[in-house]
Structure formats: C-alpha cells, structure tokens
Design a protein around this ligand. Structure first.
Ligand code: FES
Length: 137
C-alpha cells in the first residue's frame, strides 16, 4: 500500500477530483478489463469523424487506478483514434509524473482498457450488430 506522500501532485489531484467518471450509454466503443491485481476498469467512448469526442471511465480500483483512468481519458479526448491508440503505459506514467513501484501496473490497466475500447469501436463500426452482443448495454 502506497502512502499519499509517494504520489505526485498531478496524481493526487486526479485521485481527489477524477475527470470523466462514469459510463456512456450507447457508447461507440467500450471495454472492461480486470488486471492481475483483481481491479477492474471500464472505458467508454463516443467517436465522431475518427476523433474521440467523449471518453469516460469507471473503476473499482485504488486511488492510483482512479488517477490513471482520469488521466488516460483526458489524454484520449479530442485525439484521432489512431493517435489515441498509441497511448501506452509509459505515456500515462509520464503524465502522472511517475507512480510508486507498486502502482505502475495501474497505468498499464488504464492504457490497455483505452486501447481495447478503441478496438471495440473499430469492430462494432465495421459490424454494428456486434454491439448487441457486447457486455455493455
Ligand atoms: Fe491494481 Fe491499481 S492496484 S490497478
């Protein structure tokens, strides 16, 4: 368990005031991933003209996971899908100004969930009927 003093001011701010919290009904892309630690993150997207116009997250994870979800949704909003899909753990960690060693995987969970939500958009965009079968309404 990390103590507050180990987190950067950016991470503490996102932990205390998470941005883009929630799930979009009728999203264009959605993903839910449970990491090896047992924490789950969900990300949903709205897309227009190949650009992410809205990106939200939800998690049952720790404060660092909340901060990483909040940060990754801010990084993705307004980005072209191809650029947002490049966002990886290192980029999230950079935006966090680092995380304690025990929380580095929280950045990976956020980046992986974003990428998976973008892939879901591509899949359901090509075959809209697939939306009916995915976990989210
Ligand atoms: Fe597992 Fe944060 S402690 S994702």
């Amino acid at each position: 368990m990390s103590s507050e003093g180990e987190y950067s001011a950016v991470v503490l701010d996102h932990m205390r005031h998470p941005r883009n919290w929630g799930i979009i009904n009728r999203s264009d892309g959605f993903s839910r991933i449970t990491g090896p630690c047992g924490d789950t993150m969900e990300i949903s997207l709205n897309v227009k003209d190949n650009t992410i116009v809205k990106c939200t997250f939800d998690t049952d994870g720790c404060g660092a996971t909340v901060a990483c979800g909040s940060i990754v949704t801010e990084m993705a909003t307004g980005e072209k899908l191809c650029h947002a899909r490049q966002i990886d753990q290192t980029m999230v960690l950079d935006c966090c100004r680092g995380l304690p060693a025990g929380n580095v995987h929280c950045a990976q969970l956020a980046a992986n969930t974003l990428r998976s939500a973008i892939d879901d958009y591509f899949q359901t965009h090509q075959s809209p009927w697939k939306k009916i079968y995915r976990i989210q309404k």
